[in-house]
Design a binder for this molecule. Structure first.
Ligand SMILES: Nc1ncnc2c1ncn2[C@@H]1O[C@H](COP(=O)(O)OP(=O)(O)OP(=O)(O)O)[C@@H](O)[C@H]1O
Length: 462
């Protein structure tokens, strides 16, 4: 088999830097071609197929941004990285918005440069088999909103830029993050998701950056921490707005320096990962209110991908219903039930404040309640009367005549508890407060309803 040497185009009007880049590429056994101006860079791009392009931002007769635009039109599959003046985040951000996969700041550190080149060639290689094995099917929805989102995801997957995924609770933000990872060059490496709201503040540093055995009471063995677990891959920071301010500073530092220092350790450890983040809150508003650091906001929010709420893409509901029922059928080892026309119409009319997660809950319950493997409107327990309206607090859906009162009451209890847990991101203390009950009482009910997730040592004697 003939292995061709990857071709890299270097565009820089500074002779010294150009030479450094060419030498580095040569040492990496790559075939480097250099251009000293935007015009020459454009001409070379038009004339030959390159696997990668590194361009300076200042090119004398234009900017690196002009070259990225040109490359996007002529060689859309070719990854481009930019070299920026130190501290010029604005330019770097602009370049990534236009499609550059990453940037490096001057003075150019050789380790970082090599990493940048390797990442770019990785993108080039994975780009060659663009159909990426059915991964995209994991995001159900063919309507215009989802089609546009999927197209954006395909582009974003190639880049290394941090992405802020916005959208309501349960709309599919984590699924989108997984797809961005799964379609990108890091897909063979770990995808690590963390719910920032679920980690106690005092444990956060060690959870993120790891610790050394004995560095604090309770540190009985070394711990790698999430950053190092995700090394080479993607770290997904869910509910990033819940990070306390002191942790935001440390996170910013880790992202900027691409290093972490485990608790109790004196040396820094290099990490190479892509950061994706999400929150159901308005991150801009959190920043304006002083709860989210501005510098971290701009660092994470280079590009935004918005997941629309389910009520704005009702055309996707039938496909989602089919997908969820098939999945439940597989899990329960029974054929999935059919959905009657009226039930489907009721679902398409409902506004789903809890989005796809709520649809899953509704269908799971309906599948338990339905008879002869057919789901009818009564099994859905949607708010009676105005199907399009959001259920008012305290409004109870009617009991299906065949459902025993005990089961009905238990179902209401379960839904109310799940709603409170969803709203508080499974913070049980906050959920108990919301429900007007003690923590112990909530714990007891969770156990009774088999909703407890991790309470091995639970004391249910209430
Ligand atoms: N387009 C979709 N296709 C298939 N399943 C989906 C889709 N969107 C969401 N889901 C499913 O809905 C549930 C909620 O999705 P996910 O956890 O990604 O939402 P989220 O926006 O991250 O929620 P939260 O804000 O609460 O963290 C998951 O079980 C997920 O698999």
């Amino acid at each position: 088999m003939k292995i061709t040497t990857p071709r890299v185009l270097v565009v820089d009007d500074e002779a010294d830097l150009r030479e450094l880049l060419v030498i580095t590429l040569g040492r990496m056994k790559l075939d480097a071609t250099a251009a000293a101006s935007l015009d020459e860079g454009r001409r070379l791009l038009d004339g030959g197929a390159f696997d990668l392009c590194l361009t300076d931002m200042n090119l004398g007769d234009g900017t690196g941004l002009d070259l990225i635009r040109h490359a996007a039109a002529r060689a859309p599959q070719m990854p481009v990285a930019v070299i920026t003046a130190y501290g010029n985040m604005e330019m770097a951000t602009e370049a990534m918005k236009l499609g550059a996969y990453d940037f490096i700041a001057k003075p150019v550190a050789l380790d970082r440069l090599r990493q940048l080149i390797e990442d770019g060639l990785g993108i080039s290689r994975t780009g060659a088999n663009d159909t990426a094995g059915g991964e995209e099917d994991s995001l159900i929805g063919q309507g215009p909103a989802m089609a546009a989102l999927k197209q954006q995801i395909r582009k974003l997957a190639r880049s290394q830029a941090p992405i802020y995924i916005s959208g309501e609770s349960g709309s599919g933000k984590e699924r989108v993050a997984r797809l961005i990872h799964g379609l990108g060059p890091r897909r063979e490496k770990p995808f690590v998701a963390v719910n920032c709201g679920a980690i106690p503040s005092e444990l956060m540093e060690s959870e993120f950056f790891g610790h050394r055995k004995g560095s604090f009471t309770g540190a009985v063995e070394d711990r790698k921490g999430l950053f190092r677990e995700a090394d080479g891959g993607t770290l997904f920071l869910d509910e990033v707005a819940d990070l306390p301010l002191h942790m935001q500073v440390k996170l910013l530092r880790a992202i900027q320096e691409k290093t972490v220092r485990p608790v109790g350790e004196s040396r820094e450890v290099a990490v190479n990962l892509r950061i994706l983040c999400a929150t159901h809150r308005d991150l801009g508003a959190e920043m304006n209110a002083g709860r989210f650091r501005q510098d971290l906001y701009y660092r994470l929010n280079v590009i935004e991908a918005h997941v629309p709420p389910l009520r704005e893409r009702t055309e996707d509901i039938p496909a989602l219903v089919e997908h969820v029922l098939r999945r439940l059928g597989d899990a329960w080892e029974t054929p999935p039930p059919a959905v009657g026309e009226a039930a489907m119409a009721a679902l398409c009319d409902y506004d789903f404040p809890g989005n796809v997660r709520e649809l899953e809950n509704i269908l799971e319950r309906a599948m338990t309640l339905c008879e002869d493997r057919r789901i009818e409107p009564a099994h859905l327990h949607l708010p009676a009367g105005d199907q399009g309206a959001r259920p008012e607090a305290g409004q109870v859906p009617g009991r299906h005549p065949q459902l025993p009162l005990e089961d009905y009451l238990q179902e209401i209890e379960k839904q109310e508890i799940l709603r409170a847990l969803d709203a508080t991101h499974w913070n049980r203390t906050a959920a108990a407060r919301k429900l007007g009950m003690t923590f112990r009482s909530l714990r007891y009910r969770l156990k009774k309803l088999e909703l407890d997730q991790d309470d091995g040592d639970d004391d249910s004697s209430e």
